[in-house]
Design a protein around this ligand. Structure first.
Ligand SMILES: [Mn+2]
Length: 698
């Protein structure tokens, strides 16, 4: 029996039972079997991803946030170990007019957006002058992380405070050297792997990494830009009267103490400065000196749509939302000014999350959703560079998750890959509109150069591919003319083309530099970790990692990859339990609909649980009874076509098939077609369109 079979036989039926099943109808009053199926699939996928080890409490938290995503439900940023120390450090240095601050961000989209976000916040909100705030990103020749060369450059700035973004977790030695030379305090904000032994953790004043949180905690899957946003939110919170205040809440079930949004099980409720009661309906509170949280909740629900949805759910199913969640939500609504300040920075977190392919669930989904909303509806409040980028990419007024993935992130990533990460940083932090537009233009030019370079590299694949790759569960390609900066991108393309994890190696002076990418969700970091003895340096994530190998070790390393791969990645056709779980993350059978039901309200229902992405894949529909269709070329080349259904219920919904590769020929005039694809709503050529993005016709 495969893992996939076991799953369908036991798990999902149990998960989608009351109360989680009931909440669906309570939040979404208009019944939609399709939207309900998408919710149910999310719960099943989550169960597979967490290997059935979720507690009922965590399951409740996930279901609630899936059905009613809201910034008001984000957990407190102070849940992160190191957050309070980081807040105090940055505030103290911001207040000291002679203290020099250095921000060092990694070169990819997550690193650069993190650095841009924090730089703009320090300048605009903390009023730290440019003369004492320096933001650095890697130069072309820099390897990943705080290398000795990067360390020397940072030390030369003589910082009193250093903040490393998207790197630093495995740089204990190099960071100690900077501290020895300059006496700087250090904050690390990063989500890369942490050393297995706590004795090897960097010796810094504040170390924020979600890998330090308990397994399955919400924020475990944050990227750096998302943590940086929460850092900024924590700083804004620290200016409120409520900072460091102990608040007591008496509920039907007992008493809790909350400080900075975090429940403190050890605190003494009698020492709290503010007191609330939250009693079940019917049980009136007799303590009049206490604030009635239920009443405040009801009050905020009157003027805020998301709070109204939460309050409705609470009225009908009080167990769906906890007392700390209610308290934090109510409090966040009252911080209107800091919410407004924060909003302009949320798109940076959304870009980092999508660029790093983080799972779009829990807090991540809330942040991407909110980031897209800000980019779409409040574009005039965006930082100048981001606004210029959206304009240049023709996304003004409608930014969807696929726009981030296919258009915004690649452009930001291109700069770092082509050896000029500073250009992306410059474009995103520029505050003069004209200069921002110029920098954004340069950024799109560098993206064009990146496209050419990756095509040129892929053209070398036949020469570069190690012959063993054909029969092994892994591919290895080595070539001196591969473009060094985009080895990760080349590895992704090879993985896609050969349907297996791929390693790419490029000679670079005294060593080879390599990138490895998973095809699905294979643990490629685990592979190179097991072969660490052959490597000079390595690091990364489960699905993507980088490394370097000396010239004398290269042959032995590649041999070792081919001998280690079979037991780590099953040969094609055999599915390991882990891979079954991994594929389930994005497992998404089409929802069957009939052509006659293709109406705009159906599209709205199908997209109600957006944003979609990893862990919450975009729904796919199979349109049956499509009848005879009309096919017309879209554009001049014939590479893309437009498909008109003979009698769709709604003439506005049209099919578009990009890069059909000839498959669209012969479709016109045929009967009994099943047309599959993604329902989309977006602004195309300046007007709102409901369309089907076709992926296949049977
Ligand atoms: Mn990252």
């Amino acid at each position: 029996m495969t893992a996939a079979q076991r799953r369908t036989e036991s798990g999902p039926g149990d998960i989608f039972a009351p109360p989680l099943a009931d909440w669906y109808g309570l939040v979404h009053e208009r019944k939609s079997p399709y939207a309900e199926t998408i919710y149910r699939r999310f719960l099943e996928r989550l169960e597979a991803y967490t290997e059935g080890r979720l507690t009922p409490e965590l399951r409740r938290q996930h279901a609630l946030r899936y059905l009613a995503p809201s910034m008001h439900l984000l957990k407190s940023p102070f849940e992160f170990p190191g957050m309070a120390q980081a807040v105090d450090l940055l505030r103290a240095h911001a207040a000291n007019p002679t203290a020099k601050i250095v921000i060092y961000g990694d070169r990819d989209a997550d690193g650069v957006t993190s650095a841009s976000l924090l730089t703009l916040f320090c300048r605009e909100q903390l009023k730290i002058g440019r003369e004492r705030l320096t933001t650095l990103v890697p130069r072309e020749e820099d390897k990943y992380g705080i290398t000795p060369e990067v360390g020397a450059r940072i030390a030369a700035e003589k910082p009193a405070l250093l903040i490393t973004l998207d790197c630093g977790s495995s740089n204990r030695t190099e960071l100690l050297e900077i501290q020895r030379q300059t006496g700087t305090a250090t904050i690390i904000i990063d989500h890369h792997f942490i050393p297995p032994d706590a004795a090897d953790y960097p010796a810094v004043e504040a170390f924020i990494n979600p890998k330090l949180l308990p397994e399955f905690e919400f924020a475990r899957d944050y990227c750096t830009a998302a943590i940086t946003l929460r850092f900024v939110q924590a700083i804004l919170y620290s200016y409120s009267r409520e900072y460091n205040e102990n608040v007591g809440i008496k509920t039907g079930g007992g008493e809790i103490v909350i400080r900075n949004g975090v429940v403190d099980p050890t605190a003494d409720i009698s020492l709290c400065t503010r007191h609330y009661t939250l009693m079940p309906a019917g049980e009136e509170s007799d303590q009049h000196e206490k604030h009635d949280l239920a009443k405040i909740f009801e009050h905020t629900a009157r003027e805020n749509f998301e709070m109204r949805r939460l309050h409705n759910l609470y009225r009908k199913a009080p167990a769906a939302i906890s007392a700390p969640e209610i308290f934090n939500a109510v409090q966040s609504v009252s911080f209107r000014k800091s919410q407004t300040i924060l909003a302009q920075y949320i798109p940076f977190a959304a870009i980092g999350l999508v660029a790093d392919l983080m799972p779009i669930y829990a807090d991540n989904r809330i942040l991407v959703r909110e980031g897209l909303s800000v980019m779409t509806r409040q574009a005039d409040t965006l930082p100048m560079g981001l606004a210029a980028l959206i304009k240049k990419l023709n996304l003004t007024g409608a930014v969807a998750e696929q726009d981030l993935g296919f258009s915004v992130c690649p452009v930001i990533n291109a700069a770092g890959r082509m050896g000029n990460a500073a250009l992306a940083l410059h474009a995103l932090t520029e505050t003069d509109p004209l200069a921002a537009a110029k920098a954004v233009f340069a950024l799109t030019q560098i993206n064009e150069a990146r496209k050419e370079a990756s095509q040129a590299s892929l053209d070398l694949l036949n020469e570069a591919l190690d012959a063993r790759s054909h029969n092994a569960p892994v591919a290895v390609a080595v070539h001196a003319n591969f473009h060094r900066g985009i080895s990760g991108l080349i590895a992704s393309k090879i993985a896609e083309r050969l349907a297996k994890p791929a390693l790419v190696l490029v000679p670079d002076g005294e060593c080879y530099r390599g990138s490895v990418r998973a095809f699905r969700n294979e643990n490629v970091h685990g592979l190179i970790d097991a072969l660490a003895a052959h490597l000079i340096q390595y690091g990364g994530h489960r699905q993507a990692a980088g490394f370097s190998v000396s010239h004398e070790n290269i042959t032995a390393f590649v041999d070792a990859v081919f001998s280690a791969a079979p037991e780590r990645f099953a040969a094609a056709g055999e599915e390991t339990a882990q891979e079954a779980v991994d594929s389930f993350r994005n497992f998404n059978p089409p929802l069957e609909i009939e052509a006659a039901s293709m109406r705009m309200p159906l599209w709205d229902e199908l997209l109600i649980h957006a944003p979609y992405g990893v862990m919450n894949p975009h729904p796919v529909v199979a349109v049956k009874k499509a009848g005879k269709v009309e096919v017309a070329n879209l554009g001049k080349t014939g590479a893309h076509v437009k498909i008109k259904f003979a009698a769709p219920a709604d003439r506005n919904i049209e099919g578009v098939w990009f890069f059909h590769g000839g498959a669209a020929e012969g479709v016109a005039g045929r009967d009994n077609l099943v047309v599959s694809g993604e329902p989309q709503i977006g602004k195309f050529m300046g007007r709102t369109q409901y369309r089907l993005k076709i992926t296949r016709v049977d």
